[in-house]
Design a protein. Structure first.
Length: 318
C-alpha cells in the first residue's frame, strides 16, 4: 500500500489512544510484546464518522488524488468502489475477481491484489483491468492479498492462501509449497520471502529499504531488509507482536493491513483495532474498534483524513 506522508494525522490519532494493556500472545523468538501506551494528547480529532455500511467485507483502501476519493474493495461482494470523504459511493468494477489490496502506481492507475489468484492493474475509474501476474515458476499464485509500491514503481505483494481457503471464488489446493512475499518489477516476479506462514499486510519504510509484513496466524509484524536484495529469498525477522487492545473487538487472529508514515512509524491493524508503533516496535498509541479492522489509508483534500475498512463498513477519521 502507499506510504502515509502526513504526520499531522498521526498526531491526531493519538487522541484516541487506548489506556493500559492485556491479553499477551505467545511470541516467536526475538519479537517484542508491544504494550499499548497511555498517551496524553490534545483533542485534534474532529470526528469519527461511519461513511457507508452494508457491505460483505471491506478491504484494501488507497487514495486516488485525481478523483479525490478512495478506492476500496468489498472483497466477498466482488466489487471495487470509490468513496469520497463525504461518503459519496460509486461502483467502479463488478464482478471484480474478489479484489483486496490496492496501491497507486506512478502513472495514476492502481495495482490490485485479487483472491481470484491474480495480481492486476486497473484504471482509477475501474476500467481496463488487466492481469500482470498469475504464476511463479509455472505454478499458480495462491491468493494475492495486499500490495505496496516503491518510489521506482516496483510492486511488492503478499500471497497467502485465504482466497483458495474460502475467501475467493473456489476452494483449491495450493500449487506452491510456500506462502510468499514477492516483488513484481519490469514484468517479472521474484521471491522476497518464503518462510512466513500467513503473510497478510505489507508496507515499505520511507527509504524503501525495509518491508514490513503482518502475519495473521500469530499477530506479529515482521521486517525484511531489502536493501541488498539480489533475487534470493531473504530472512523475515519478527519486530513486534500486536497485543489485544482494551475495549476493542477481541480476536486471536487479527493482524491485517498496515501503513508506514513519513516518520517511519507503523500503523498496524490487529486485535481490537489500530495501533501506531515506532520503527523499533514500541507502541505509541492505540485506537479501539468494535469490529475487525482490515485496513486503512490516508487521504482527503488536505491529507488529514483516514479511511478505515472494517467488517461491513467504511469509516472516516479526521
Amino acid at each position: 500500500m502507499a506510504m502515509i506522508r502526513i504526520s499531522s494525522v498521526l498526531r491526531a490519532l493519538t487522541c484516541l489512544a487506548a489506556i493500559g494493556s492485556q491479553g499477551v500472545l505467545n511470541l516467536p523468538a526475538q519479537a517484542n510484546v508491544a504494550s499499548h501506551a497511555t498517551v496524553p494528547c490534545q483533542p485534534l480529532v474532529s470526528a469519527i464518522k461511519p461513511l457507508k455500511v452494508g457491505f460483505k467485507w471491506t478491504e484494501g483502501p488507497a487514495w486516488d488524488p485525481s478523483s479525490k476519493r478512495w478506492i476500496f474493495s468489498d472483497l466477498m461482494g466482488e466489487t471495487e468502489y470509490g468513496i469520497t470523504p463525504a461518503g459519496v459511493l460509486t461502483t467502479l468494477r463488478r464482478p471484480a475477481g474478489y479484489p483486496n489490496g490496492h496501491a497507486l502506481l506512478p502513472d495514476g492507475s492502481f495495482v490490485v491484489a485479487q483472491h481470484d489468484r491474480t495480481l492486476g492493474k486497473v484504471n482509477a475509474d475501474g476500467s481496463g483491468y488487466q492481469v500482470i501476474a498469475k504464476s511463479y515458476q509455472g505454478r499458480r499464485l495462491n491468493s494475492p492479498n495486499d500490495v505496496t509500491v516503491a518510489s521506482n514503481g516496483d510492486v511488492y505483494f503478499t500471497d497467502p492462501i485465504f482466497g483458495i481457503d474460502g475467501f475467493g471464488p473456489v476452494k483449491a489446493s495450493p500449487e506452491l509449497p510456500f506462502r510468499g512475499v514477492y516483488r513484481y518489477s519490469k514484468g517479472a516476479l521474484s521471491l522476497i520471502s518464503d518462510k512466513l506462514e500467513e503473510p497478510n499486510g505489507i508496507a515499505l519504510n520511507p527509504t524503501g529499504t525495509m518491508l514490513y509484513v503482518s502475519q495473521t496466524s500469530n499477530n506479529t509484524i515482521y521486517k525484511i531488509d531489502i536493501s541488498s536484495y539480489n533475487g534470493s529469498p531473504l530472512p523475515a525477522t519478527p519486530l513486534f507482536t500486536f497485543k489485544q487492545i482494551p475495549q476493542g473487538h477481541p480476536s486471536s487472529r487479527a493482524s491485517d493491513g498496515l501503513r508506514v508514515d513519513s516518520k517511519g512509524n507503523i500503523w498496524a491493524t490487529g486485535p481490537g483495532g489500530i495501533g501506531v508503533f515506532r520503527p523499533d516496535g514500541s507502541n505509541i498509541c492505540s485506537i479501539p474498534f468494535g469490529d475487525h479492522v482490515a485496513n486503512l489509508a490516508p487521504g482527503g483534500s488536505d491529507g488529514r483524513s483516514v479511511l478505515v475498512t472494517s467488517d461491513r463498513k467504511s469509516t472516516r477519521l479526521n
